[in-house]
Design a protein around this ligand. Sequence first.
Ligand code: ZN
Length: 63
Amino acid sequence: MARPHGNPPQCPQCRAGLADQAAYRSMMIPADMADEEPRAFVVIYCRTCGRALGLRAGFGLQT
Ligand SMILES: [Zn+2]
């Protein structure tokens, strides 16, 4: 079902090679609770289709 295409790892949605197409963006994500501060996260995503692939807590911004 999965055809070989470029070098793994691949985007699970569009199968773009992530060696070329992965990117990250820092985002401030609001808290569910109104009295909590938004926190910085780094989202790793596929530049070809925009699918988010992973999320990491931002470092050194807020704890
Ligand atoms: Zn993709």
